[in-house]
Design a protein around this ligand. Structure first.
Ligand code: FAD
Length: 487
């Protein structure tokens, strides 16, 4: 007899485990199936361990420039890569344990293994999954399997939520081998510091690793196919970030393509087609392939139950509903933006709709913030200036520089700016874009404003504390209307 649940979630990443907690809060009998690590990519191989690595790099940078703060450090300060990685793994392990605790606290059954949807008998709602031993070799280091988990078997549920996440996209001919050509997995746990590195792709993942390794002293070359790094960001922000990264000694090639990679005994040579048509051979210790991710849609039995999958992602509506009743998908496997907070929110919406809660708002992809934690940090929400113009919006643009903000100067972080974009006619905030210290913490102010459909007037009437970096947010709004007070 199959165990029966209201909801079974496949995958325990930020999408899956948050959905499980919310489902349990709503009184639904819930199980979650995981084949590898509680917490998914985000907690184990993504968001969290990278931030731990980047924090070590940031502290190293400060320690190497004590004179900027009137301090003296006797003797050289350097990174112990083993200890840096170890700290990052400990941070990840702590959060992995935290997910186990949350499952227990909320009485969510954890099933360990690889889940597959069963083909439903003709006319029946597909509501059965089979969990078998995982075929995938988990990445090392592996956290221990939590106690009290259920094992292989058949489990039944009224609602099945696919939250299986994504994996690195691989370019043919440049397949990662884990030794010379890395994905984010190997880049997260280097055994020794590479002296030189090629980073292929300049999205958030590529740029964060480039920033980490450069700060730790590696020679880093970033190769990006498109005209700007961090292609989804506002062009002005991207240009400014590029200049700062280049000042730190990073080499950045845009409109350039890694056409071929030759592997030596302990190095790689990338044949890079440049903008002008010439080919440059670049040799480095390692190459990180960071050309995006693709949804984990395979071997789930999705085709058998008739779930629509397009370009590697499950097709869903604003509530995570697929075309098959009773089957849902959330998070990376349900498409862009492939971000942890999108996965979490999508899961909450999905399960609240399942529970029949009133006034559940469909996911609004236009108001999901994006952050890149390189130095300088980059954060944004809503339309870029280019996109606003392309959409035919008549806009007002405001800017405010870190160099004119008291707190930024006191912090020794006077490089960066905040840019806001308003609809000229209505005063609606269409987008906000930031580059500089701590902007990943600031952006949420504008996300709340956009969600409340705030206009310029309400933002101007809001009092911001002094001295803070957040004052620049208000100044940027004022600037859009020719009223900046400190510039
Ligand atoms: C290096 C890196 C840095 C990142 N940094 C950030 C960041 O700073 N901020 C941000 O918002 N996002 C970041 N991301 C993206 C973020 O990690 C993902 O958006 C997020 O993890 C998606 O969550 P998810 O729940 O959809 O899937 P995942 O976290 O991928 O979890 C899916 C889970 O499903 C399990 N699974 C898959 N198939 C099966 C199956 N058949 N049976 C059982 N279990 C299965 C997997 O083992 C996995 O644990 C980063 C990603 C990377 C790689």
């Amino acid at each position: 007899m199959a165990d029966t649940y209201d909801v079974i979630i496949i995958g325990s990443g930020p999408g899956g485990y948050v959905t499980a907690v919310r489902a349990a809060q709503l009184g639904l009998k819930t199980a979650i199936v995981e084949r590898e690590h509680l917490g998914g990519i985000c907690l184990n191989w993504g968001c969290i361990p990278t931030k731990a690595l980047l924090r070590s790099a940031e502290v190293l940078h400060y320690a190497q420039h004590p004179q900027n703060y009137g301090l003296k450090i006797d003797g050289a300060v350097s990174a112990d890569i083993g200890a840096v990685v170890n700290r990052s793994r400990q941070v990840s392990a702590r959060l992995n344990g935290g997910v186990g605790f949350l499952m227990k606290k909320n009485k969510v059954d954890v099933v360990w293994g690889e889940a597959k949807l069963s083909k439903a008998p003709k006319g029946a709602t597909p509501g059965e999954i089979v969990v078998c031993k995982t075929a995938k070799k988990p990445m090392e280091p592996q956290h221990p399997t939590p106690k009290g988990t259920l094992g292989e078997g058949t489990y039944k549920a009224k609602h099945i939520i696919v939250a299986t996440g994504a994996r690195p996209r691989v370019l043919p001919g440049i397949e990662p081998d884990g030794k010379l050509i890395w994905t984010y997995f190997e880049a997260m746990i280097p055994k020794e510091m590479p002296k030189s590195l090629i980073v292929m792709g300049s999205g958030a993942i590529g740029i964060e690793f480039a920033s980490f390794y450069r700060t730790l002293g590696a020679e880093v070359t970033v190769v990006e196919l498109l005209p700007q790094i961090m292609p989804v960001e506002d062009a002005e922000v991207s240009k400014f970030a590029r200049k700062q990264l280049e000042k730190q000694g990073m080499r950045i090639l845009t409109e350039a393509k890694v056409a071929k990679v030759e592997k030596g005994a302990s190095s790689v040579t990338a044949h890079v087609e440049l903008k002008d048509g010439k080919v440059e051979k670049i040799t480095a210790d390692r190459l990180i392939s960071a050309v995006g991710v693709q949804g984990n849609v395979e071997n789930l039995g999705l085709e058998a139950v008739g779930v629509k999958v397009e370009r590697g992602t499950v097709q869903v509506d604003g509530y995570g509903r697929t075309n098959v009743e009773g089957i849902y998908a959330i998070g990376d496997v349900a498409g862009a933006p492939m971000l942890a907070h999108k996965a979490e929110h999508e899961g909450v919406i999905c399960v609240e709709k399942i529970a029949g809660l009133p006034n559940v708002h469909a996911l609004d992809k236009g108001k999901i913030p994006g952050c890149t934690y390189c130095t300088p940090q980059v954060a944004s929400v809503g339309l870029t200036e280019e996109k606003a113009k392309a959409a035919g919006r008549d806009i007002r643009v405001g800017r405010f520089q870190f160099a004119a903000n008291g707190k930024a100067i006191a912090l020794g972080e006077d490089q960066g700016f905040i840019k806001t974009i308003f609809d000229k006619k209505t005063g609606e905030l269409l987008g906000a874009h930031m580059v500089g210290a701590e902007v990943t913490e600031l952006i949420q102010g504008f996300v709340v404003a956009m969600n409340l459909e705030t206009t310029e007037e309400e933002l101007m009437h809001t009092v911001f504390p002094h001295p803070t970096l957040s004052e620049m947010m208000k100044e940027s709004v004022l600037d859009a209307y020719g009223r900046a007070l400190n510039a």
